[in-house]
Design a protein around this ligand. Structure first.
Ligand code: 3H9
Length: 608
């Protein structure tokens, strides 16, 4: 093992080499060193080699590339473990008789942190992020996180990290006792080796987290009841936070091995749950949305440093943006970005546009007469920009639409509407802008996805009120489903059309309200998809998840329809077309998929 040595029999996902008496085991499975079957086997074998090598006295575990480890391989979920399970691997690492030091840079998340917890010592860079984000995927940590973390940092602090899923950085991890030392990124490996050498010099052997119960707080009165209450309030509707609390509680009430088995059972039960499937769908959907098939990754982006707001709607736009239209809200978002200078009209005079990279208006007509210099990108932020106007006039290749979603506190969407002539570098620039603003971009054609679907939803809500539902009932039903009715304009819907007279009004059940609202919304999404205006069904889900407060545990409207089955949806829409009129009829896409036994998600998987 003297010289660099890869375990060659499989695709090399680990590298094992030696520095004196220290074996350095590098995880090398880009992009995130996810603990796939190959990596699990690679670690098992490399640890065994190091353990058996009489010239090795300690082991340093480190990640190649951007991070230590992004966790279990989520793409393997839903199948039984192959090769070796993660729990069994971590037991083997912890059992090693030679001290194992985890050297952490970038991310140590989920199974990645659990791997570090199974090591005997931890050293991290200041910028490292250590966390158990499983809860955000509708899961509990499933490889000892709920058992080892409380033993290392105390029950209360572990509960906070596991239930929120929020990571901590290197210095915070040191303060918590989660890591033993901090090292600069460019010296991480060298310092980890030096750390291991010091351990050997001091005669320190393995220090196993599972063997130290001193920081557990099993008897702390009210701790778990308070955590349950807080989680129920803060994460209304989510199952996983409560399951996380139960697993951490088990750390104090059951022997280690039994509690570990309880955690593993809970993990696998949740993995099969509708909520976790929906939350994992949301995770991948968000990453897919960033991929635009006809936009090569290397497409150049323009710098965006100076933004001008034009048109009377934006001239005096406040910076709160809360109760205002999409353009004013977007202006507020741009103004909060320290890297951007936002120019507003001073009095009646338009801002000086000569040096602007982006010009934003609430209406196309404010952009049309602009002499914004030859280069500036012109963006309109309106619910329903005129598609013809997007393509008209000179400079149409620099025109696009931008929409920040609903006026909701947690919204992080930026819909990007490309016109027929929008140039690739202009689109790439808008995607870069979204990323810089910390927003999730969804690219669309023809019109914005969110406002169009919301329009159909409001219309159906109005019809329900016309037929006899009260606006309060509609708002309550949608709120109970998990939507923020009032900010979506569904708080007090007016009847759509003339109110139905006297005895024709009827009691409308909660179930009918929910079913009709959701069916209409999905049908609206299907029509957008069918027209080729959304790239994927999952993009529509991302719009609703990131921009309109759709609960993550429901995965988005299209995912929800897939999960329930499209034939039933088709049948309900057909029946409604008979009773309420042909504009309730299912879109031809729903007809086709229902007939084929297909799902919206199947369309996303087709090549091209
Ligand atoms: C877990 O660990 C369970 C255990 O407790 C118990 C088991 C028994 N697996 O986000 P990016 C892909 S649950 C597979 O664009 P970034 C991702 O899809 C897991 N794939 O990069 C993308 O693929 P593509 C707990 C993964 O730098 C590519 O990597 N861990 C995984 O913006 C790049 O990702 C988590 O919940 C994964 N674990 O952010 C962490 N992670 O290029 C989940 C990423 O094909 N991951 N990919 O689109 C993240 O939060 C971010 O990806 C991370 C990097 C912060 C790591």
């Amino acid at each position: 093992m003297g010289s660099p040595n890869t375990l060659g029999s499989r695709k090399a996902v680990t590298e094992l080499r030696r520095a004196g008496a220290i074996a350095i085991l590098t995880l090398a499975s880009p992009p995130v060193n996810a603990l796939s079957e190959a990596l699990r086997l690679g670690i098992r074998d490399a640890v065994a080699v190091a353990e058996a090598d009489s010239e090795v006295s300690a082991i340093v575990l480190i990640g190649a590339g951007r991070m230590f480890c992004g966790g279990a391989d989520i793409t393997e979920f839903g199948r039984p473990w192959q090769g070796i399970g993660l729990g069994a691997l971590l037991d083997a690492v912890e059992d090693t008789e030679k001290p194992v030091v985890a050297a952490i840079h970038g991310m140590a998340l989920g199974g990645g942190l659990e791997l570090a917890l199974a090591c005997h010592y931890r050293i991290a860079t200041p910028a490292a992020r250590l966390g158990q984000p499983e809860v955000k995927l509708g899961l509990v940590p499933g490889a000892g996180g709920t058992q080892r973390l409380p033993r290392l940092i105390g029950t209360e602090k572990a509960l906070a990290m596991i239930v929120s899923g929020e990571p901590v950085d290197g210095p915070a991890a040191r303060d918590l006792g989660l890591v033993d030392a901090i090292a600069p990124e460019d010296r991480l490996e060298a310092e980890a080796v030096a750390f291991a050498e010091r351990l050997l010099a001091e005669g320190q052997g393995p220090r196993r987290v599972r063997e130290d119960d001193s920081r557990l707080e099993p008897g702390r009165l009210g701790l778990f009841a308070a955590a349950r209450e807080e989680a129920a309030r803060r994460y209304r509707g989510f199952e996983a936070p409560q399951a996380c609390i139960a697993c951490v509680e088990a750390a104090g009430t059951l022997p280690f091995a039994e509690a570990l088995a309880f955690e593993e059972r809970t993990f696998f039960a949740l993995m099969r749950s509708a909520q976790s499937i929906a939350q994992r769908h949301a995770f991948f959907a968000e990453r897919e949305a960033a991929k635009i098939p006809d936009l090569p990754a290397a497409t150049p982006k323009r710098p965006v440093r100076q933004v001008a707001l034009v048109g009377s709607d934006l001239a005096g736009a406040g910076s709160s943006g809360a109760a205002e239209g999409p353009a004013a809200r977007l202006a507020a978002i741009l103004s909060q970005d320290a890297g951007l200078t936002v120019l507003r009209a001073a009095g009646a005079a338009p801002p000086d546009l000569a040096s602007c990279d982006l010009v934003l208006a609430a209406r196309m007509r404010d952009l049309a007469p602009l002499d914004a210099g030859p280069e500036a990108i012109r963006a309109v932020a309106a619910d329903a920009p005129d598609p013809a106007a997007l393509a008209a006039g000179s400079g149409a290749e620099r025109v696009l639409g931008l929409h920040p979603g609903a006026a909701l506190p947690g919204a992080r969407l930026l819909e990007i509407l490309r016109g027929p002539a929008t140039a690739p570098d202009v689109l790439a620039t808008a995607l870069g802008l979204a990323r810089g603003l910390g927003r999730v971009a969804v690219v669309t054609r023809g019109g914005f996805i969110g406002p169009r679907m919301l329009g159909r939803l409001r219309q159906e809500a109005g019809r329900l009120v016309r037929e006899g539902a009260s606006p309060e009932q509609v708002a309550r039903v949608l709120t109970e489903f998990g939507l923020a009715a009032a900010p979506l304009g569904l708080g007090a819907v007016a009847p759509d059309g003339e109110p139905v007279a006297g005895h024709h009004r009827r009691a409308v059940s909660d179930d009918e309200i929910l079913e009709r609202c959701l069916d209409t919304l999905v049908d609206a999404g299907a029509r957008i998809l069918e027209a080729g205006e959304a790239l994927r069904a999952s993009d529509i889900d991302v719009v609703w998840l990131a921009g309109y407060g759709w609960p993550a545990y429901r995965g988005g409207p299209m995912h929800g329809a897939d999960a329930q089955g499209l034939p039933a949806l088709r049948d309900r829409l057909r029946a409604r077309a008979d009773s309420h009129g042909p504009d309730h009829a299912p879109s031809s896409l729903i007809e086709r998929l229902a007939a084929e036994g297909g799902r919206f998600a199947d369309l996303d998987r087709r090549p091209g």
